[in-house]
Design a protein around this ligand. Sequence first.
Ligand code: ZN
Length: 263
Amino acid sequence: MPSSTRRPVYLAELSYPAVARLQAQQPIVLLPIGATEAHGPHLPLLTDVYLSDAWARRTQQALWQRGIESLIAPALPYAVTEYGADFSGTVSLDAETAERLYAAVLKGLLRTGFSSLCVLNSHLEPAHIAALRSAVARLQQEHAGCVAFPDQTEKRFARMLTDEYKRGNCHAGRYETALLLACQPQLVDEERRATLPENPADLVGAMRAGIADFASAGGPLAYFGSPAAATVQEGDAIYARLVEIALLSMSDTWPTRLRPEAS
Ligand SMILES: [Zn+2]
C-alpha cells in the first residue's frame, strides 16, 4: 500500500457526534463478514474476519482516492460453518439464524442514518453465501439500492482471482494464506506452514457431491491447496483484485457515485 494512506476509520472508534458529522457526507459503510472456523493447522480461527477487515481497509483507501468517504462497521465473526464444525474452536450458526443476524445488522445500520452499505465477506461456504444473499435481497426489497454485495463467488468476479481460487481449493490454501500473510503475518504459524504438503483434494467437487465436512472432502487438517506456496506479494496482488471487485460492485449499485471507469 502507498505510504500516503490515511488511518482507517472504524465506526467502533467514533463517538456519536463524530458519526453524525461523517453522515453529512453520506459515507459508504463497509461491513466485514467472516467466520470463527478452523483454517488448517497454520492459520487462526478468525482468518476470514481478518481477511474481510483488510479488504475493507484497502477498499476505504481506494474510495478516498475517488473522493468518497466511508467507514468500517464492526465485523461479524459468526457464520454457517458446518464444514469445519468437527474441528476445535469452530462455531457454526444455523442458516436461519445467520440470515436473520445479517439482515438485522444491515437494517440497524440503515435505521441509524446510513444509506449506502457494502458487504465484504470472506467466508465462502455455499450455505453461508446463500444466507447472506437472501439477507441482502430481503433488504433490497424494502430499500432498493442500499446494499452492494461484491460476491466473489459470482463468476464474473471469481474469474478475476487466482488459479487455486478458481479450482475451488481455496480453504486455508495458497490463496487465503497469502491474504493473511499480507495483513496479519504474525498470526501465520510459519514453522507449521512449511511442513504442509499440497492437498489436491477437490473441495468444490466434494461439496457438489453432497459431502458436508472438510475431513470427508479430503481435508483432514482443514486445509486444501498449497499453503506452503503462499507469499506476501501474491497476497497484495489478490487484495488489489478484491478492491477492484468491490469497486465494480459498488459502481453497479451506485453508478452516479462511482463511475464504472473509475475502477
Ligand atoms: Zn476462509
